[in-house]
Ligand binder design. Sequence first.
Ligand code: NAP
Length: 509
Amino acid sequence: MTPPTPSTLLDSAARVAAARLEQLRRAGLLREDLFVDGRWRPASTGRRLEVRDPATGELVGSVATASATDVHDAVAAAAGALGAWRALPAGARGEVLSRWQELLLSRTGDLAALLTIEQGKPIGESVGELTYSAAFLRYFAEEARRSYGEVIPHNRPGRRLFALRQPIGVVAAITPWNFPALMIARKVAPAIAAGCTVVLKPPSEAPLSALALAELASQAGMPRGVLNVVHGDPVVVGAALTESPDVRMLTFTGSTEVGKLLMAQCAPTVKRVALELGGNAPFVVFDDADLDAAVAGAIESKFRNAGQTCVCANRVLVQAGVHDEFVERFARGVADLVVGHGIDPAVHVGPLIDEQALVKVERHLDDAVSMGAEVRWGGHPHKLGGTFFEPTVVVGAEAGMTIAREETFGPVAPVFRFETEEEALALANATESGLAAYFYTRGLGRALRFGEALDFGVVGVNTGSISYEGAPFGGMKQSGLGREGSHHGLEEFLEVKYLCVDGVTAPGH
Ligand code: NAP
């Protein structure tokens, strides 16, 4: 039998994808309109935006393109729903989130197929993303009841002093394509748990998962106007959201460049901003590391989602004593990665999101090679064509290369050699980003010393996988402001109000 050619492989995946989409449509989970005030409605522009499978280029759907007026309607709906929603007992808000979580878990198979088809990641990763999203809904359903205030010892007789914690109000949330469900759950669940209402703008590349989540929220009994979803031209939607005086907070996940722009746009109305921005994670392997664990961790951290995560190992720094052995084992592991359409359960690495992403990967690689780096494995567009790129290992990377300074956001692992711990620290911290960092060592002293000295908001020691809804996640330096997950994630959406009550005197006085 002749082995399948790249195009027949993609053809058969495209057929499976089409069948899964048809199932989703029949199940009412393939929504394409705006979700405003609890209703699905077309955009007033009459225009639609095509969503395509990044693996095949096939049309997946076409979503309505919101005008500024549509966005204002969504903000008005959120503002209208705020009073009743914040007045509900926290436990009642938590019950809605819990029902949403149960529905999400009951539809994980369908939603995972949708996520893979619109975004490209392997189906197992999509299931993981949705399960993790559900964990955020559950966590904040429970945490809502623990948004305690304070009773402050009074400073004068007859007075009582309180610090109340109240929802900030209407929240605008803007999310990226690389985790089309998770980035929403991490923001919307705490905002809604805190008593805020939300207008969400999902990414143009992968908006369908957001709409399916909104459909499930509606089925879970989320009252009208508490969650609204508008998509479209990012400049139009972003301006309408940030200019609105009714929006009290912007929570954004995406590139540092757009985050800075939105921060400036929020200044005239002095909105609170929470920003989860780009990373440039160092992955440091010391001579005393468990090399098996380090190789497995580096592969997981670097190649998950085809290298398109903000916490991806962007620079692999290896101490001289284990450098050659690490590189050999790492390249062997990378050679075993299966590239293909994510709907195939055997696939480890899917396509890049678009042509521009492929061009960036090639630019980083060409620059590194022109400056003396050497490709150990991969190094080319994949034979499947389109936006597929071979999982790649490059050695001899150095600080002056573009690959060291910028987030590659693709399946290319540059390996740097270092001699001392001081040198590793200087290299690791030599970036404007400060999101995630990882290092492997068996030394307890070094684990604490190096962990404390890294200028990053999230540090994994002897692990490349740090995600947990109960832990605070967020960046230092130009990687952002604020934290998501844990009780810190809820606090982002609460304001402290000082309430000073005088006249609490004895009866008759
Ligand atoms: P992006 O280009 O900044 O887009 C993110 C979101 O912002 C999308 O919804 C996008 O809309 C919207 N947007 C773009 N320009 C805008 C504007 N002028 N006004 C208002 N909204 C605008 O980022 P991306 O390429 O989707 O995502 C990748 C980046 O996100 C990487 O840098 C990654 O590191 C970062 N990220 C960070 C975290 C974290 O937790 N720190 C997590 C995931 C990703 P359109 O899609 O319609 O253009």
